[in-house]
Design a binder for this molecule. Structure first.
Ligand code: HEC
Length: 139
């Protein structure tokens, strides 16, 4: 029940932000990640089950903004400032797993915070899945 309430709160926040999207000013500041996260290694491992579970989570929580293929072109993207990141971009390869984990956990306007919505393991599965999106784009 508590989790359900949190999900509802998170959805309400997203809707509020979407309505405000055009009023938010663009963030030009780089998204700083605390040192202790940067070097974290992914405890999930890149196994096929983690990719599969990550994909399911991504489709549920992330595609509305980041799009089906992670290109940052989800249905809500047009109204957002800044635009959702392109997870298929080679720039993602410059991010450590720990950086992605941190960003998913904390969020940054207009991206929601997921540390209270998704478990640790789920956030790592998302990192594993995002890795498959940037690999796919390199071909
Ligand atoms: C409401 C729209 C929205 C939702 C939903 C959303 N994001 Fe985002 N995401 C964004 C935006 C906007 C940015 C860029 C934020 C910035 O640069 O300040 C972003 C950035 C990111 C980044 C940083 C990429 C980089 O280049 O460092 C990651 C990782 C990420 N999102 C993962 C996720 C995952 C995983 C989910 C689902 C659990 C998710 N996002 C859900 C809007 C969203």
């Amino acid at each position: 029940m508590k989790i359900l309430l949190r999900r509802i709160t998170a959805s309400v926040i997203v809707v509020l932000l979407l309505n405000q999207g055009t009023k938010l000013s663009a963030q030009s500041k780089p998204w700083a990640v605390p040192k202790e996260y940067t070097s974290l290694s992914n405890p999930t491992g890149n196994n096929p089950q983690a990719v599969k579970d990550g994909k399911t989570l991504y489709t549920t929580y992330c595609t509305p903004c980041h799009g089906d293929k992670g290109k940052g072109d989800g249905a809500a993207a047009a109204s957002l400032t800044p635009k959702p990141a392109d997870h298929s971009s080679p720039a993602m390869l410059n991010e450590t797993d720990g950086n992605l984990y941190y960003k998913i956990s904390e969020g940054r306007m207009p991206m929601p915070t997921y540390k209270n919505v998704l478990t640790d393991a789920q956030r790592w599965e998302l990192v594993v899945y995002i890795r498959t999106l940037c690999k796919a784009s390199k071909k």
